[in-house]
Design a binder for this molecule. Structure first.
Ligand code: LLP
Length: 385
């Protein structure tokens, strides 16, 4: 890894990614779940290679994401497709590509899908219905998706109406929101889906049930809690949906798979002494990690310089927006121009949400294989000995 600073970059701990994917897959095996990685969280080829090689499928929301997944080696039968505003071109592409399943969002979309489907009688792509369970979860309002007023999914009564007209529907999809840490919400989701299933007509054969993603990560203490609780999540999902009810449950983790393995590295440009407390302006901000500006999300920030005294800083980015700030009250060692800054937990929804605002250039990624290399070297030494 190049340690000379040549501008901001994302830094990925590939060992942690590897361990995280392994842990997710081990829990999935234990709880009879199929995992489809939500590619929107991070679509970098090097990251995707690890995830695909460990056997996860992929969840896409645009034709471009489907195409990207195919180019990155996923086979069509490992791809599912959601998206709240699918265009005709995208639906056609899904049928042409013979992906596993389209998640239909509404009655109106089902009408469009049905029309297009007639033109692809040989396509193996199935259709499932996305349910809006009207379930409130504890997360930021802008990343909550399962309540009645949200734009996602359809009511169960609409789903029943569709099922009565279309015998090809294979099952259901649901996703209640992102960065959910309290497992009780997944238990409630499990119960809600169990209730829905109990009202299905006896003629309906449930072949597919996908409960989305949403498992949160620890943004406050990312080093101490670098591994999300996959086991607890899947156990909660299985509370009211044991294998006797549905043998395999599909899930779509995104953030939990990649969130903690990525960091964003930048540099202090200026320290401005404002009346209240000092402001550090960095060369990274909302264009590289949009989450603080968009949701007020708080990411841990660290600096390693040789200062022993710390003080409170407001930390901001360089873009022409007052919202381009990481927030106030960051307790940091006394900063100087040129200090390197690490923003933690930037593996998910950072590089994939980069902006070109102010014509800022996309920044590169570096991949750290340190621990894997050490292991390989040890093995080599053992072989030579
Ligand atoms: N499945 C569906 C249908 C989704 O909409 C999402 C995320 C996922 C799976 C993956 O959810 P996860 O496991 O990552 O929570 N940009 C926001 C997050 C937006 C999530 C959108 N949908 C953020 O930075 O917090």
């Amino acid at each position: 890894m190049n340690t000379i600073y040549e501008g901001p970059y994302y830094l990925y701990d590939m060992h942690l990614l590897d361990e995280t994917v392994k842990e997710a897959q081990a829990s999935a095996l234990k709880h009879n779940c199929n995992l489809y990685y939500a590619i929107k969280a991070n679509n970098e080829n090097t990251i995707l290679e690890v995830i695909r090689k460990k056997g996860m499928g992929v969840d896409c929301v645009t034709a471009e994401e489907i195409n990207h997944a195919l180019k990155n080696g996923w086979s069509n039968s490992e791809i599912v497709f959601a998206g709240s505003g699918k265009t005709i071109r995208e639906i056609e592409y899904a049928f042409q590509s013979n992906i596993k399943c389209i998640h239909c969002e509404s009655y109106e979309e089902w009408e469009v899908i049905s029309q297009i489907r007639r033109r692809y009688p040989k396509s193996s792509t199935a259709v499932a219905l996305r349910i809006n369970p009207d379930l409130q979860v504890d997360t930021h309002e802008k990343i909550s998706t399962g309540e009645k007023h949200h734009k996602f999914g359809m009511s169960f009564s609409t789903a029943l109406q569709i099922i009565s007209k279309d015998s090809s529907i294979i099952g259901f999809h649901v996703h209640v929101g992102s960065q959910v840490l309290d497992m009780e919400y997944f238990e409630s989701l499990s119960l809600r889906m169990r209730e829905l299933i109990s009202h299905l007509p006896s003629t309906f054969q449930l072949r597919y049930l996908n409960l989305g993603g949403g498992l949160g990560i620890d943004y406050t203490q990312p080093e101490r809690n670098s591994m999300p609780d996959f086991n607890g999540w899947m156990r909660a999902i299985r509370t009211h949906l044991p294998v006797e009810i549905i043998e395999t449950i599909s899930l779509e983790p995104g953030r939990s798979v990649v969130g903690q393995c990525g960091k964003l590295i930048g540099e202090v440009q200026y320290i401005k002494n404002l009346d209240f407390h000092p402001l550090a302006i960095l060369d990274i901000g909302m264009t590289e990690i949009l989450r603080p500006a968009l949701y007020g999300a708080r990411h841990k920030i660290t600096v390693s310089n040789d200062q022993l005294i710390s003080m409170k800083y407001t930390v901001s980015g360089p873009s022409c927006e007052s919202s381009d700030t990481f927030g106030g009250d960051y307790d940091l060692p006394i900063l100087s121009r040129g200090d390197l800054v690490t923003v933690h937990s930037c593996g998910a929804y950072a590089s994939s949400m980069q902006l070109r605002y102010n014509l800022r250039r996309p920044i590169p990624s570096k991949y750290q294989y340190r621990k894997i290399l050490t292991q390989l070297k040890k093995r080599e030494k053992a072989l030579v000995a």
